[in-house]
Write a protein that binds this ligand. Structure first.
Ligand code: SAM
Length: 214
C-alpha cells in the first residue's frame, strides 16, 4: 500500500478513528503493561512510529520517556497536538524517520505496519535498524495469523502475520527477537507483539570482516 493511499484513507477517517481509539482508556490493559515495562528499560529517545491519534506517544511521555510521535497523516498529527499539547509529534514516514543513525533507544511500531505490503516490510525494518542505537529496542504490535494474508480492514486492506514469519523478516533486517506475545480476545482478531533488538553482529556480516581485538 503506497504512502499516499495510507495518507488519504486514514486522513478521511482520522476523526472517527481518534474518537474510537484515540485515548489510552480504550487500549488493552495488557498492552499498557507491556509497553510500560518495555519503555522502563530504555535510556534515550523513543519514536512512536505510525502514532495515529498519539495515545501511546502520550502514554510514554507520561511515563517520563523522551517520546515523539511520527505519522504520515497530517490530520492525526494535528489532533494529537491538540489532545496532548505537552507531547512531541510530527508528520513523517516509517520509511524515513529523519533521525541520525543509531540515535534512538526505542521504536514503538504499534499496529503501524499492518497495511505495509510484505514486499515493503524489509524497507521499513531496515530504516528501524538504521535508527536504533546498539542495545536499542523495537516493539511491534500486529494482527496474528497462520499465514501472511491480506484482509479487508475497516480503513484499508491490512495483513495477518505469523509471529515466526515476522521474526524471519526481523532476522534478515539485522534484529534479534528477544520476546513475543500472543493474545486472542473474544470478538477480536488475534493479536501478537514482538520485541527485537539490533543484532550486535548481524548474521549476514561476513566473518572475515569482523574486527577481532584479541
Ligand atoms: C492502525 S493505525 C495505528 C495507530 C496507532 N499506532 C495506534 O495504535 O492506534 C496505523 C497507523 O500507521 C500509520 N502509517 C501507516 N503507514 C505509514 C507510513 N508508511 N508512514 C507513516 N505512518 C504510517 C497510519 O497513518 C496510522 O496512523
Amino acid at each position: 500500500m503506497s504512502r499516499g493511499t495510507v495518507r488519504s484513507a486514514y486522513g478521511a477517517r482520522a476523526k472517527e478513528y481518534t474518537e474510537l481509539f484515540g485515548t489510552i482508556d480504550n487500549t488493552h490493559p495488557a498492552d499498557q503493561a507491556l509497553i510500560a515495562a518495555w519503555a522502563h528499560g530504555l535510556d534515550g529517545k523513543v519514536i512512536d512510529a505510525g502514532c495515529g491519534p498519539g495515545q501511546w506517544t502520550n502514554f510514554l511521555h507520561a511515563l517520563g520517556v523522551d517520546a515523539e510521535g511520527v505519522d504520515i497523516v497530517p490530520e492525526f498529527i494535528e489532533s494529537a497536538r491538540q489532545h496532548y499539547p505537552n507531547t512531541a509529534f510530527r508528520v513523517g514516514s516509517l520509511e524515513q524517520l529523519q533521525v541520525p543513525d543509531q540515535s534512538l533507544a526505542g521504536i514503538l511500531a504499534w499496529y503501524s505496519l499492518i497495511h505495509t505490503s510484505p514486499d515493503d516490510i524489509p524497507t521499513v525494518l531496515a530504516e528501524f535498524a538504521r535508527c536504533l542505537a546498539p542495545g536499542g529496542s523495537l516493539l511491534m504490535g500486529f494482527f496474528e495469523g497462520e499465514t501472511v494474508e491480506k484482509f479487508p480492514h475497516a480503513v484499508m486492506p491490512a495483513y495477518f502475520w505469523p509471529v515466526a514469519e515476522m521474526g524471519k523478516c526481523l532476522d534478515r533486517a539485522g534484529f534479534l527477537v528477544t520476546s513475543s506475545n500472543f493474545r486472542k480476545d473474544p470478538d477480536a482478531r488475534p493479536h501478537a507483539s514482538i520485541i527485537a533488538t539490533p543484532h550486535p553482529v548481524p548474521h549476514w556480516f561476513p566473518e572475515h570482516t569482523v574486527v577481532r581485538r584479541d
